[in-house]
Write a protein that binds this ligand. Structure first.
Ligand SMILES: [Zn+2]
Length: 112
């Protein structure tokens, strides 16, 4: 549910951007959403059409680039996607530790 305010904020940012460059409408918004950032990409998509109605983003395409979380091996530094039930490094069997990869959340670009 907390995707509602963040989606509204994204639409505001895109609208302000369009206004700044005297564009009537926003053509596309490219968003980067890591799978462990705390926001659910499908919920943002759901709210987007609803909130965008009547704004310069009404006809905008929302493109969400999702990022899978990755672990980094503490021994050989390999970055890898965790398999279910294990933290084991696929190259040396070392132990994987969490990284910031997958926690991204930002507007990558706005097309007007
Ligand atoms: Zn390793």
């Amino acid at each position: 549910m907390h995707e509602y305010p963040i989606t509204r904020r994204i639409i505001e940012i895109a609208g302000e951007y369009a206004e700044k460059y005297h564009a009537k409408e926003v053509k596309a918004i490219n968003l980067v959403v890591g799978d462990t950032c705390g926001y659910v990409a499908s919920s943002i998509e759901l709210y987007f059409d609803l909130i965008a109605e009547g704004t310069p983003c009404e006809k905008a395409r929302l493109h969400i680039e999702r990022i899978e979380p990755k672990l980094q091996c503490s021994a050989c530094k390999t970055l890898f996607v965790r398999k279910p039930f294990t933290f084991e490094c696929p190259s040396c069997k070392g132990e994987g530790r969490p990284t910031d990869i997958g926690q991204e959340f930002y507007v990558k670009s706005i097309e007007i």
